[in-house]
Design a protein around this ligand. Structure first.
Ligand code: G6P
Length: 616
């Protein structure tokens, strides 16, 4: 949520910053802004409501010179999205400019105090309070900017990733973080620095990065030197790491949208995700996160899965498979609920935190709470080096490459696959599954990418069906067992990008309420594979049919019974019951994509949403 990019070096900053903003736009896109210091030491701040493209139009013809600058794309938290509230924000004197991700919780108290000292504010944001406070600290303590930032940050409560420039010193760029990620790219030219709220604006210029740690402040100088200190003024040694990302992963290739590209990437993404983890000779699974902590898993009393959004849906499927294969009880928690109620956490509990971004604030807080109470934390993240990955005791990365589309697709199927690997590996250690059965499941898991490929062949047909359903105001998604979470995920995908109201329900629960909604207008998507509770789902379909609902079914290839009852039918290859979700979700991803396109929606940047939610 919100994107930060900054540059200090010998090149013109503007093109680098604008390109960076485009790459970051998936994180927030209600307003954007840029600040540059030119050769005459003038600080220009340009900002506007809307997208990065609107910012480019706005600055067209204006002075965008300068080799230092910061830029921001916003997802509003405090204050409506307009140009006043957009970042960067100025200090009172007009000397300093700052961009910020996160929330300053005590901004009201600080604002009142600053107003009483004669400060005036031109926006409703918490961010403007922070830059005014920094300037106030600098003046009142008669100190340099770095120390002033340190003093100000000691007085704020909340989360921040910030970058600051000072027109009286165009040779330094200051950045700090707490609770929100910030990465520093050390340019190949050695005397060049880039900063980013994630690696996407940096990767084109360098693969050498420093992940700023909690409560660290960095000062970068034009001569290529960098100093990092924490809030207690203790100097830290920055560790340079190598980025595992390449530029082509950030391009749409020949696809019109990132979401469609990512849906089609799933076969390859899952192959990479399983690489080195499936042993096809011994027909077993090996995850270092489990093997290295074998005892923890053998002694585990309970597994608690914490996640949000799509990751939570993956967690629900994880519960089904872990319980089935390992017999360890699993609870699935919304991180935002878990962290605020007084949950029972014991030292022999294992908490699995699932997060594509690895930055979701509630999930991060949930694992901190669990850790404080002695639980062992296993992270399942996609973004390497992310906060949740670093806070966890161990874990598994998804390795599916960057996911840019706001609606999560390939991360979801990879999360489910990783949870399956975890279940298989624990089952082997605990001997809850026979060797023969393990071998069968491992062999089938290896076939899944090819089966997704087969499923993707329905794309054109799904596109045709989608045109028919643009009229719908509501959708119902039904599934049972392993496919109940898929129904939830299908409904979420549709809501997120087409803005059609949709509800996912366990099929049997339909008669306890949602059945009242069914009439000849209502599309009902039913996931009805031959595996699992097929006969039961069949009765649920009859119930919908009797009320004239429009049935769109997802069935196992060759099934004619459900097909005859359906208005539209999509066939997926047969697979083990526990792997069906990885296939059955694919047509639902495509359905929501094509309905959204047919309705003229911006699928990669749906309204009001952000890719990662780094605020509570
Ligand atoms: C946001 C995104 C969702 C995502 C959720 C959890 O709401 O729009 O797509 O599922 O956050 O994100 P995480 O990065 O923790 O998986």
């Amino acid at each position: 949520m919100c994107g930060i990019v900054g540059y200090l070096g010998s090149r013109e900053a503007y093109p680098i910053l604008i390109k960076g903003l485009h790459r970051l736009e998936y994180r927030g896109y209600d307003s954007a802004g840029i600040a540059l210091i030119n050769k005459s030491l003038e600080l220009s701040v340009y900002k506007t409501k809307g997208k990065v493209e609107d910012l480019e139009n706005y600055v067209s013809g204006k002075d965008v010179g300068g080799t230092i600058g910061i830029a921001h794309t916003r997802w509003a938290t405090h204050g409506e999205p307009n140009s006043q509230n957009a970042h960067p924000h100025y200090s009172q004197s007009g000397r300093l400019a700052l961009i910020h991700n996160g929330i300053i919780e005590n901004y009201k108290v600080i604002k009142e105090e600053l107003i009483s000292k004669g400060y005036t504010f031109s926006s409703d944001t918490d961010t403007e309070v922070l830059i005014q406070l920094i300037e106030y600290m600098q003046i009142s303590h008669n100190t340099n900017l770095f120390d002033a930032v340190q003093l100000a940050l000691k007085n704020v409560i909340g989360a921040y990733a910030i970058a600051i420039i000072d027109k009286s010193n165009p040779n330094q760029l200051i950045a700090a973080r707490k609770g929100s990620p910030l990465i520093i790219g050390v340019g190949d030219k050695e005397t060049e620095f880039l900063i980013g709220s994630d690696a996407t604006p940096i990767v084109e210029y360098t693969n050498k990065v420093i992940y700023l740690e909690e409560e660290e402040i960095a000062i970068m100088h034009r001569d290529g030197s960098i100093t990092v200190k924490n809030l207690s003024n203790v100097e830290q040694t920055p560790i340079i790491k190598t980025l595992e990302m390449n530029l082509s992963q950030l391009e749409k290739a020949n696809f019109p949208h990132f979401m469609l590209k990512e849906i089609f990437e799933q076969p390859e993404a899952l192959r990479t995700s399983m690489l080195g983890r499936l042993n096809m000779e011994s027909k077993t699974v090996r995850l270092s996160g489990i093997i290295d902590h074998r005892d923890k898993f053998l002694k585990a009393n309970r597994i608690i899965i914490c996640a949000c959004g799509t990751s939570w849906h993956a967690g629900l499927i994880g519960k089904y498979i872990i319980e089935e294969l390992t017999r360890i009880p699993v609870e699935v928690e919304y991180s935002s609920e878990f962290r605020y109620r007084n949950p029972v956490i014991k030292s022999n509990d294992i908490v699995i935190a699932i997060s594509q971004s690895g930055e979701t604030a509630d999930t991060l807080a949930a694992i901190k709470l669990a850790k404080e109470n002695g639980a062992f934390i296993y992270g399942i993240c996609n973004v390497v080096g992310s906060s949740i990955a670093r806070a966890a005791d161990t874990g598994s990365y998804l390795h599916v490459g960057p996911e840019i589309g706001v609606a999560s697709t390939k991360a979801f199927t990879a999360q489910v696959t990783t949870l399956t690997l975890i279940a298989l590996n624990i089952a082997e250690e605990k001997k809850t599954l026979s060797k023969e059965r393990t071998a069968e499941l491992v062999e089938e898991l290896q076939r899944i990418p090819e089966k997704i490929n087969e499923t993707l062949q329905m794309n054109t047909r799904i596109k045709l069906y989608s045109q028919i359903f643009t009229y719908a105001k509501n959708f119902i998604y039904l599934g049972r067992g392993y496919n109940y979470p898929v129904a939830l995920e299908g409904a979420l995908k549709l809501k997120e990008i087409s803005y059609i109201h949709a509800e996912g329900y366990p099929a049997a629960e339909m008669k306890h309420g949602p059945i009242a909604l069914i009439d000849e207008e209502m599309p009902v998507v039913v996931i009805a594979p031959k595996r699992g509770m097929y006969e039961k789902v069949l009765s649920n379909i009859q119930e919908v049919k009797a009320r004239k609902g429009k049935i769109i079914s997802i069935v196992t290839k060759g099934d004619t019974t459900v097909k005859e009852l359906s208005d539209f039918c999509l066939e997926i290859p047969d697979t083990e019951e526990c792997f069906v979700p990885i296939l059955s979700v694919v047509p639902l991803q495509l359905l929501s994509y094509h309905i959204a396109i047919a309705k003229g929606r911006n699928v990669d940047q749906p309204r009001n949403l952000a890719k990662s939610v780094t605020v509570e």
